[in-house]
Design a protein around this ligand. Structure first.
Ligand SMILES: Nc1ncnc2c1ncn2[C@@H]1O[C@H](COP(=O)(O)OP(=O)(O)OP(=O)(O)O)[C@@H](O)[C@H]1O
Ligand SMILES: O=C(O)C1=C[C@@H](O)[C@@H](O)[C@H](O)C1
Ligand SMILES: [Mg+2]
Length: 183
């Protein structure tokens, strides 16, 4: 039986859901390194998600993000990963996520659209961000729920509260020796 402490923790969700924020809190609490999609893109390719999407297209961006996530999941399991919002659309990434403890951050698209106005690293796939996020949520929600061990609405709870609940659930999973995708 794999010791639960030896599995990665992944924070997933749409753009602006709070992945980086919650993942950082969990990484600090567990003294684990954080691997964040946007930082990994910058380190590996020297550019941002927005620039890759503009220069090479969304499909290439998503392929790179899925590959980086699978690489992180195959590395040192003592890690917290802030995954790319797109990665759950990749079947191989979903399979790999089955061997991780996954926290899914959900929120209404209008809230996410408001939050994503900050920062220039985020791609602008369409003029109406809320509408684009609503379509993405429709397409990805089943995938997020498939891989989630814990789901939190980040429009209703502060990052600290979400991180505390996720850490408690992870500790319980450790005690019971397994991470069950109970959602
Ligand atoms: N639970 C929350 N409640 C209120 N604001 C939040 C919450 N979580 C994150 N935020 C805020 O929302 C914005 C986006 O958060 P963050 O960068 O962590 O999202 P993300 O999911 O990593 O985004 P991306 O997909 O672009 O990487 C930040 O300004 C952050 O402070
Ligand atoms: O939802 C998406 O397709 C994306 C959102 C960004 O935050 C990044 O996760 C990535 O650039 C692609
Ligand atoms: Mg982020």
């Amino acid at each position: 039986m794999t010791d639960i402490t030896d599995i990665p923790i992944v924070v997933a969700g749409l753009m602006g859901a709070g992945k980086t924020t919650v993942a950082r809190l969990m990484a600090d609490a567990l003294d684990r390194p954080l691997r964040d999609n946007d930082e990994e893109l910058l380190e590996r390719y020297g550019t941002t998600a927005a620039d890759i999407a503009t220069d090479l297209g969304a499909a290439e961006l998503h392929a790179r993000e899925a590959s980086l996530l699978r690489e992180a999941l195959a590395g040192d399991p003592f890690v917290v990963i802030a995954a790319a919002a797109s990665a759950v659309e990749d079947p191989a990434s979903r399979r790999a996520l089955g061997r991780a403890f996954v926290v899914f951050l959900d929120a209404p698209p209008a809230v996410l659209a408001e939050r994503t106005l900050s920062g220039t690293h985020r791609p602008r796939f369409a003029p109406d961000t809320a509408e684009m996020l609503a379509k993405q949520r429709e397409r990805r929600l089943a995938y997020f729920r498939e891989v989630a061990d814990l789901t939190a609405d980040s429009s209703r709870q502060a990052p600290e509260g979400i991180a505390a609940r996720a850490l408690a659930r992870f500790a319980n999973a450790k005690r019971s020796g397994r991470a069950g995708h109970s959602g």
